[in-house]
Design a binder for this molecule. Structure first.
Ligand code: CDP
Ligand code: MG
Length: 166
């Protein structure tokens, strides 16, 4: 068992459908601890950097538009970015989220219960969850500054993991 932090993003479809609290409740119930939270206006640059591994894939351009809120008509759209901490937090969060495609996800998971594939084929799956500790470290550093996280777990420039910020 390893103590880990993982990045969760509440995507615009979840915000639009007022599912933010329900998603947070699932992480609470699983015993994960919130270590950071903020509303982020997702720039084109941040979206492309976050999803860099998918650049060039057939769904990439739609994904960039989706995470930036372009499909959900939310004025001044922001994404809630969360850092959760706990034993095996990365895998635990992935289990709570469910499979990428909501139609294939276990109905007991968030994506299986509330996600959908639109008539145009766009996947709407409510949340992002880091897929490995290596991804989690990269993503947390991309979305958060050290002082915004209660106890930075990963070595971040300018932070001392042994000290908690006041
Ligand atoms: O989010 P997750 O790690 O489960 O899936 P991914 O394979 O890393 O893909 C990232 C995101 O791209 C997904 O969550 C979907 O929003 C989107 N995607 C898509 O729209 N169509 C696909 N065929 C695969 C992924
Ligand atoms: Mg992924």
């Amino acid at each position: 068992m390893a103590r880990e932090q993982t990045l969760i993003l509440i995507k615009p479809d979840a915000a639009r459908r007022r599912l933010t609290g329900l998603i947070i409740d699932r992480f609470d119930a699983a015993g994960l601890t919130l270590a950071g939270a903020k509303m982020v206006s997702v720039t084109e640059e941040l979206a492309r950097e976050h999803y860099a591994e998918h650049a060039g894939k057939h769904f990439y351009e739609g994904l960039i538009r989706y995470i930036r809120g372009e499909f959900h008509a939310i004025p001044d759209c922001r994404v809630l970015a969360l850092v959760y901490e706990g034993e095996n937090a990365v895998e635990a969060a992935r289990r709570i989220a469910g499979a990428t495609n909501p139609e294939k996800a276990d109905p007991a998971t968030l994506r299986g219960s509330f996600g959908r594939v639109t008539t145009t084929g766009q996947i709407e799956n409510l949340l992002h969850a880091s897929d490995s500790p290596v991804s989690a470290e990269r993503e947390i550093k991309l979305w958060f500054s050290p002082h915004e996280i209660i106890r930075p777990l990963y070595a971040v420039k300018g932070s001392d993991p042994a000290k908690s910020p006041e």
